[in-house]
Structures are given as C-alpha cells and as structure tokens.
Design a protein around this ligand. Structure first.
Ligand code: HEC
Length: 165
C-alpha cells in the first residue's frame, strides 16, 4: 500500500515536471511568434517607373490634386446614380479647364513631356465630361468618358512616381 502511494507521488511529480516543460515551451513559441514572425519585408512587384522630382510645395500640390481627382470622380458617380447632371457638371468643372490654367509654370518645367501630356489629357477629359453633361446629358456618355479618364490615370501611375528633390 505504502509502495503504491510512493509510486503515485513519483508519478505526479513527473507529470508536473513534464507539464511545466510543456508550459515553458509554449511560452517560448508564443514569444517567438509575437516578436519574430510577420515582420519580414513584403515582396513587391518590379518597379520600373520613372522618377519625377519636384520640390516640396509642388510635390504636395500634385498629390493634393490627385486626391481631388478621386473626389471629383466619386461626385460624378454620385451624379450618375442620382441622375443629376448638375452635380456632374459642378464636380467635373473643378478639375477641367480652370484647373489646367492654374497649373504653375514651374510644375510644367519639371515634368517630363509624357507626364505633362497625360496631365493635360486628364483635365481635358474632366472638361469634356462637364461639357457633355451640360449640353446633352446621357449617362452612357459620361460612363464612357469616365472609363477613358481612369485609363489615363492608370497609364500615368504605371509610368511615373514622385520623389522629393
Ligand atoms: C500625369 C500623370 C498622372 C495622372 C494623369 C494621374 N496621376 Fe495620380 N499620381 C501620379 C503620380 C506620379 C503619383 C505619385 C505616385 C508615387 O509617387 O508612388 C500619383 C498619386 C496619386 C494618388 C495618391 C495621392 C497621395 O496623397 O499620395 C491618388 C489618389 C491619385 N494619384 C489619383 C489619381 C486619379 C484618380 C487620377 C485620374 C483622374 C490620376 N491620379 C491621374 C501621376 C498621375
């Protein structure tokens, strides 16, 4: 009887010892996961875009304008959804001829020719969207123009990237 009791004691001691080891091992694995996994750099696709250098003010101006393009596109889409040509005209005009004429000469001087051409093209399409929605609004026309517009965004984004001088 005494022997059995001793055996049982030894057995529980061993069990405790083993479970402590397992516990510590689990803690180490968790610490490893927390500290060392998910921190590796992500693999990016090749980037062959041409770098365009602007000074800080022009850099900010260009990116501000880009964000506004997206807002204008969204407003045009809302105009389409609401069948509201006035909204489309108002939004597209903001980035049409008016915006083109406000382009600083310094920006034009620092921009490569292809970049300038795509920049101009974008403003022309915004203006065309405003003009057709004003004169003879047809949703299909606006949608086609939007597709041509976003295609121009894509081509430029694939070709150029910005860097601060
Ligand atoms: C003339 C070339 C050109 C055209 C056209 C163009 N973009 Fe960009 N856009 C750029 C460049 C260059 C960047 C910076 C990308 C970089 O440095 O990685 C940029 C950045 C952006 C950004 C990020 C802005 C930020 O704050 O970081 C948005 C949004 C954007 N463009 C939207 C548009 C949309 C929408 C259109 C079309 C209506 C458009 N762009 C047309 C060249 C262009």
């Amino acid at each position: 009887m005494h022997d059995i009791f001793n055996l049982f004691k030894m057995f529980t001691k061993k069990l405790l010892f083993i479970s402590n080891i397992i516990f510590v091992a689990i803690i180490f694995v968790l610490i490893y996961i927390l500290l060392f996994t998910g921190t590796e750099m992500v693999k990016l696709p090749d980037d062959n875009r041409i770098v365009v250098k602007y000074e800080s003010d022009l850099h900010k101006l260009v990116l501000n304008e880009m964000r506004d393009y997206l807002e204008v596109i969204n407003e045009i889409q809302q105009g389409l959804a609401e069948n509201n040509p006035d909204k489309i005209v108002k939004a597209a005009t903001r980035q049409g001829q008016i915006s083109l004429e406000a382009t600083p000469i310094r920006l034009l001087k620092l921009s490569p020719l292809g970049c300038k051409q795509m920049g101009f093209k974008g403003h022309h399409i915004f203006q065309a969207i405003a003009d057709s929605a004003k004169v003879n609004f047809k949703a299909a026309t606006t949608i086609n123009q939007l597709s041509e517009l976003t295609n121009n965004c894509i081509t430029c984004h694939r070709t150029y990237k910005l860097s601060l001088e």
